[in-house]
Ligand binder design. Structure first.
Ligand code: AMP
Length: 304
């Protein structure tokens, strides 16, 4: 049983097909909300909001159960679960989307039990910005609303994303997407533009190079945990968010550098295996070892 604050999380629950330089996987469990909840669920109670089709496998429900994820707000509709296919380049630096089949997502309208709308922490994972907004409006009293997005939504609905940002306390985004959204290649300038759009804190993720944490008055780089071999980076961003928010759930006086360190440590498990497999092997003790390793690389005295 977890004792921390509850995190309410919305995002995709998916069946993924992956092609990587180190192997392929067909029809495996995935989705932004799945990665997020399996990561955050290691540290805090998580309530998931989403939709699946009537083809969603029993293995998925068992996975959520294994980390005590509450799925009362996950609706089962007749039709197909969201499916996504992605292919990585030889050096993993780029990823092409092979296909996106919305299935039951096409008509999804988030419904949240009244008592869950008051959850203190809310994660708006990567889904269509209007769905993120619908959840933000239902949970407007949250202490922290943390959001994420992806290139597709920046391309299609930048104005809707602006509105998501205006309701966001902490915005997590990767470097390429920050550049695409703000038009700024300089990371500090991109962070400043994002902060001006609403969030109090912006974290720009730089893959193996670490993460850049920015507030109005401070900016700091935080390194990653050095994994021996990356097999599949899918879901690393959502696992990062899960670690970051899992940390927030455990404290009343957060140090956001520590939150980023937890996010990086969590993401390091994700990339070591295909899909969710390595994240499922993480334990609080293994996580803590990686947190300490990252902290030992941080310069003394750098604190926000
Ligand atoms: P990430 O690697 O952090 O971008 O997350 C990958 C996960 O996002 C995969 O498991 C996909 O199922 C999911 N995903 C990919 N495209 C979309 C999309 N357009 N909307 C929602 N989730 C998506």
């Amino acid at each position: 049983m977890h004792s921390g604050k509850t995190i309410l999380a919305v995002g995709s629950i998916a069946i993924d097909t992956l092609e990587t330089p180190n192997g392929n996987r067909k029809n495996i469990l995935g989705g932004s909300a799945s990665y997020f909840s399996m990561a955050a669920g290691l540290l805090a109670p998580v309530k998931l909001v989403g939709v699946v089709g009537d083809d969603y496998p029993e293995e998925g429900w068992q996975m959520f159960k294994s980390r005590s994820i509450n799925t009362d707000n996950v609706h089962i509709e007749s039709g197909k679960t969201f499916r996504w296919g992605g292919k990585y380049s030889d050096d993993y630096t780029t990823r092409d989307t092979l296909f996106t089949e919305l299935g039951v997502f096409e008509k999804f309208s988030p419904k949240i039990k009244k008592e869950d709308c008051t959850s203190p922490l809310v994660f708006l994972g990567n889904i269509q910005p209007d769905l993120q907004l619908a959840v933000a409006k239902l949970t407007s009293k949250a202490e922290y609303i943390v959001s994420d997005t992806m290139n597709l939504w920046i391309d299609l609905f930048p104005d809707r994303l602006d509105e998501v940002l205006s309701r966001t306390t902490i915005f997590l985004i990767n470097h390429e997407e920050a550049q695409q959204y703000t038009g700024e290649s300089d990371i500090s300038n991109a962070a400043k533009k994002l902060l001006a759009a609403g969030p109090e804190i912006v974290v720009i993720k730089l893959g193996a190079e670490g993460a850049f944490l920015a507030t109005e008055n401070n900016e700091v780089f935080i390194p990653v945990y050095p994994v021996e071999q990356v097999l599949d980076p899918t879901g690393a961003g959502d696992s990062f968010a899960g670690g970051f928010m899992g940390y927030l759930a455990q404290t009343n006086a957060p140090d956001f550098i520590d939150a980023v360190v937890m996010g990086s440590a969590m993401a390091s498990f994700c990339v070591e295996g295909f899909g969710l497999e390595s994240l499922l092997l993480a334990t609080p003790m293994l996580l803590n070892d990686r947190v300490e390793k990252i902290k030992s690389c941080l310069h003394e005295g750098v604190r926000l």
